[in-house]
Ligand binder design. Structure first.
Ligand code: BTN
Length: 241
């Protein structure tokens, strides 16, 4: 039987990520922090994350005991978990590696993962998920509106936020509780849902180099493989266009 983690709601926060880590400091090993809105929501690559009322903005803190090389797979598992939940709402979604969720060529959700290490192992993670849920796209600033979509915009009706949250959490825990067993399922789904497959991309690498290549596939460790023979982990990449 699946038991949801404790869920704590705040009407407004700077960022659910920081609050989740505060709970880690207090000794919690499993908690979800959800905010009605965030005033300093963070995205990957140091970007801000537009987080008005109506969206599903949460961070899931859980302890874990995995090698750091598993992080790409963990990240994909979280993306797949969101896709499965969207599929249940009759939305077709894909994953833009490592974990942007795309519907009809537009971003509907993003994932930011923070980690705590101890002796080469990841001991705790905070999975921050931002899903543009019950928001009208007209609320988004012009620059984001061109590249983003929302569940409301796709379905033309509101959906129950708590049902969506519960479904995502259950999916994540199913993958992460037994990652050595679910590894191949994560890989299989990541390949199937790969939005970037055969697409030309520009990649800004962590060492400052900018490369142009074509995405070939995702390997069994969740790394991105390119036609020119590169195998990239999410930490090798600063930006992917
Ligand atoms: C991205 O695609 O760049 C990742 C976006 C992650 C946004 C979520 S919203 C909940 C959590 N709190 C944050 O400040 N960021 C994440």
């Amino acid at each position: 039987m699946y038991t949801l983690p404790p869920i704590i709601f705040y009407p407004e926060l700077k960022s659910t990520q920081d609050k989740a880590w505060e709970f880690h400091e207090k000794g919690f090993n499993r908690v979800v922090i959800i905010a009605g809105k965030q005033v300093m929501g963070r995205g990957r690559y140091g970007r801000t994350w537009f987080s008005p009322k109506g969206g599903l903005w949460f961070s899931y803190l859980r302890t874990i005991n995995i090698e750091s090389e598993m992080l790409d797979l963990v990240s994909l598992a979280c993306g797949i978990s969101v896709v499965f939940t969207l599929n249940n709402l009759n939305l077709n979604a894909l994953i833009k590696w490592p974990n942007d969720i795309i519907v009809n060529d537009k971003k509907i959700a993003g994932i930011l993962i923070g980690t705590k290490f101890s002796a080469e192992k990841i001991t705790a993670i905070v999975i921050g998920i931002g899903l543009n849920l019950n928001i009208n796209i007209s609320e988004f600033p012009d620059d984001i509106r061109k590249q983003a979509t929302t569940v409301f915009n796709e379905l033309k009706h509101y959906v129950d936020e708590i049902k969506v949250l519960s479904s995502i959490l259950k999916n994540i825990d199913t993958f992460l509780d037994n990652i050595n067993i679910t590894k191949s399922l994560i890989h299989e789904n990541a390949q199937k849902l790969n939005y970037l497959k055969n697409k030309s991309v520009k990649i800004l690498l962590s060492d400052g180099r900018m490369i142009e290549d074509v995405v070939e596939d995702i390997d069994e460790n969740g790394k991105l493989k390119t036609v020119n023979g590169l195998t990239l982990s999410m930490h090798d990449v600063l930006h992917l266009y």
